[in-house]
Design a protein. Structure first.
Lengths: 529, 239
């Protein structure tokens, strides 16, 4: 048992270490990122709990707040840990060492899964705790025991997103380990899960839209698949020990059973993942030179396409933006009716906010330096200047964004009946935002590099730089939204778009300037002991 | 070819890894750098190759200062660390092409050089496979090929014989001799003292960051062996 807890501690420390803020700032440990995650969860929970609480309290169904927020906590945890399980549980670099130790595969897998669980626990607690406080604020039943019981429920509820992520990770690892072209198979599998995830979220939206205000209808909708959330309601609001016990059994038993089941295939999967297909019949043909820039750009492309975790954590926005454009064409007539109703209110600025939100998720440069990791010596000893290297890395992100940006912008412009000047300004704004994000991500990654991660997944999903490069551009979008909200009557669409463009041009210039001024020195210091 | 003048390196935290090191390596020379673990060999090699920044002393390669004229210095250098990690998402040939592109080697030249070195190391057939599928020794050979195709004026290697099979090690020595005959120089660290004694025109022994002995190998060794000299020097200061 002591061995098992030592393993859990080791894996949790490894997870925390993956979030650590670079060598210069060791004193600020990986806890910083957990605080960030907790903050995001707290914010989301605070906003939605307040939003739901009042109408639910008026309808006499306040306890449903905990049902909704439990579901929200599970979804946030699942989204956060999805695609991470494969790397954290199956793809760590210390597999050889661990498998040679006298530890059962079940213990090893459980310890690694629990590290994932502990991370999920942070987001779950910080989603449910504010919900509990707001529930009490609006006069919910249960009294003083609400929060302690809610915390106990959280311990079990967190097992659900962990289990779901584990299943996804297992399937990804299983198929990848059997495939000859692992990266290709990984990419295809990730694509399938991404599509399923998007379809699932659309289904949830339709469920939420169809629930109406009737509490009975809502509860009926949660029967079956949503039983754990109803059990949380029963345990917390009615103090039902039976519900708490049922929740414990319902979450814990499947979790342990699945871990045990997967552990039986653990060594085979891990072995399969490390085995690569090799051939020995290569014949040297005619070779041609390409130049430094093209060589570096090709390398970036091969890494992006060859690392499924990297590709699928940075491509969602690339799919969403043209997807939104296609949707706007499909619902063009509805949009036209809405535009007639909302006459005078400029919508093009809102399209900038939406499109830029999609682009902010394409944070390729946010992990680009960290992924050099053990290969850093190659670039540092090569006759390539840091600025040239930064230029290539930023250019790659822009190149990846451009097709999606162009298609998305054109389709949205048609779908929303934008005038030509509006469409051009929308395009300019989107491009300037992409131009801001690419060097900004690099600048962040140089400040908070993670060069010694146990695998690429933790760099892409868990490193501080990767998270910040997606989150930090958001305040800019909030500013844009507020500008629209307060000035939509006074200012025309074109004026607002022009103001955005000026702000984004300044942001892009500052971002490039910061990278060029500080980047080379930060790059030189990378990898120093 | 290589001039190191009063080079010192202190790591964050205060550990002085190298203290006032001065040495030079002449064209056509094979220079061995010897010392115990943590003596400062790797730190020196990393500074020379431009991988690590430093603030005290000057290092020039073929007349180019590695700090102020870094790109020119790197252009004439090939560096291999003790455990060279290569991009595992590339195939062997893609990696060699990548390196050749960075060093702006023409298509015909790279083709001839890759054919020569990959053929010699018996790696040609494997060049189409991803580097992730290579064994440690194959990666080591690929790294060596990537260094040799650059035809560097200064070849810097950290423990180059670790992981190489005897025939590959033999080949490597031959290629060094070829390079040196063409006016290049080889600067390498090793723990294999027999190799250093047989191969090096000159050796330097470093201890706790300080240079404690340097000279022509034959003169330094005299009637003894390099191992005896090294152990004797290592023993000094231990009572």
């Amino acid at each position: 048992m002591a061995n098992f807890f030592a393993l859990v501690k080791l894996n949790f420390l490894a997870a925390l270490s993956s979030m650590r803020m670079g060598s210069k700032k060791r004193s600020v440990s990986g806890m910083g990122t957990l605080v960030l995650l907790a903050g995001v969860s707290l914010y989301i929970s605070g906003v939605y709990s307040s939003l739901f609480a009042e109408p639910l309290a008026q309808a006499g169904a306040l306890s449903l707040l905990l049902v909704f927020m439990s579901l929200g906590a599970v979804l946030i945890g699942f989204l956060f840990s999805l695609f991470a399980a494969q790397g954290m549980v199956f793809g760590t670099r210390d597999n050889d060492l661990m498998l040679s130790l006298p530890i059962s595969p079940f213990s090893l897998m459980l310890s690694r899964t629990l590290a994932l669980y502990l991370e999920n626990l942070v987001s779950t607690v910080f989603v449910l705790l504010p919900a509990g406080v707001i529930y009490l604020w609006y006069g919910g039943d249960g009294g003083i025991l609400v929060l302690p019981i809610l915390l106990v429920c959280t311990l079990f509820l967190t097992l659900i997103p962990t289990l779901l992520s584990l299943v996804v990770g297992f399937l990804l690892a299983l198929f990848s380990s059997r495939a000859t072209h692992k990266a290709l198979m990984g990419n295809l599998m990730n694509l399938v899960f991404l599509v399923l995830l998007l379809l699932g979220s659309f289904r949830l939206n339709s469920i939420a839209a169809g629930l109406g205000a009737a509490a009975g209808g809502i509860r009926a909708a949660f029967q079956g698949w949503g039983l754990p959330f109803l059990l949380v309601e029963g345990a917390v609001c009615r103090g039902s020990l039976l519900d708490l016990l049922a929740l414990c059994v319902l979450c814990l038993l499947p979790f342990l059973a699945v871990v045990w089941l997967f552990a039986r295939r653990y060594k085979a999967i891990v072995t399969g993942l490390t085995a690569r297909s090799a051939r020995s019949d290569y014949k040297l043909g005619r070779l041609s030179s390409a130049g430094q820039r093209r060589a570096l750009l090709n390398k970036e492309a091969r890494r992006w396409f060859g690392t499924p975790a990297y590709l699928f954590n940075t491509c969602v926005g690339l799919i969403l933006l043209p997807g939104a454009g296609v949707a706007s064409l499909i619902y063009r007539s509805s949009i036209q009716e809405f535009l007639i109703l909302a006459e005078g209110i400029p919508l093009a600025p809102l399209l900038v906010v939406g499109a830029c939100f999609c682009l902010s998720t394409v944070a390729i440069t946010g992990s680009s330096i960290s992924l050099e990791g053990k290969y850093l010596w190659l670039l540092k000893s090569a006759p390539v200047s840091p600025t040239q290297l930064f230029g290539i890395k930023a250019a790659f992100q822009l190149l990846v964004c451009l097709p999606s940006l162009l298609i998305g912008t054109v389709l949205l412009s048609i779908g929303f009946f934008l005038s030509l000047p509006e469409a051009i300004l929308l395009l300019v704004n989107n491009f300037l935002f992409a131009l801001t994000c690419a060097p900004f991500g690099l600048w962040l990654n140089l400040h908070f590099p993670k060069l010694d991660a146990v695998n690429d997944t933790v760099v892409v999903k868990r490193s501080l730089s990767a998270m910040l490069s997606s989150l930090l551009p958001m305040p800019l979008l909030v500013v844009f939204f507020l500008l629209w909200f307060f000035f939509m009557i006074q200012l025309s669409s074109l004026v607002l778009l022009a103001i955005y463009a000026v702000i984004l041009a300044v942001a892009a210039a500052l971002s490039c300037l910061a990278l060029l001024r500080q980047g080379p020195e930060l790059f030189r210091r990378l990898g120093e002991k | 070819m290589l001039n190191i003048e009063h080079f010192s390196k202190t790591y964050p935290g205060g550990k002085r890894a190298v203290d006032d090191l001065s040495l030079h390596v002449a064209p056509g020379e094979i220079f061995g750098f010897i010392g115990h673990n943590g003596a400062g060999k790797t730190t020196t090699l990393r500074a020379v190759s431009g991988v690590m920044d430093f603030s005290q002393g000057t290092i020039t390669i073929d007349g180019h200062d590695v700090r102020t004229d870094a790109l020119a210095a790197k252009k004439v250098t090939a560096f291999l660390p003790d455990n060279p990690d290569l991009y595992e998402f590339l195939t062997g040939i893609q990696f060699l092409n990548f390196i050749a592109d960075l060093y702006e080697i023409s298509g015909d030249t790279r083709q001839n050089l890759i054919a020569k070195y990959a053929g010699a190391f018996q790696l040609t057939g494997n060049l189409g496979s991803s580097i992730g599928s290579y064994s440690h020794g194959m990666k080591q050979k690929l790294a060596l090929i990537s260094a040799l195709i650059r035809q560097p004026k200064l070849l810097i290697l950290d423990e180059p014989f670790v992981g190489l099979d005897p025939s590959a090690a033999h080949l490597l020595k031959q290629f060094w001799a070829e390079l040196c005959a063409a006016g290049s120089a080889v600067f390498f660290s090793t723990h294999v003292l027999e190799v250093a004694e047989k191969l090096c025109h000159r050796v330097a022994i470093i201890k706790q960051g300080k240079l404690i002995r340097m000279g022509v190998t034959a003169e330094l060794v005299g009637d003894s062996t390099l191992e005896d000299v090294f152990l004797e020097l290592e023993g000094e200061g231990h009572g």
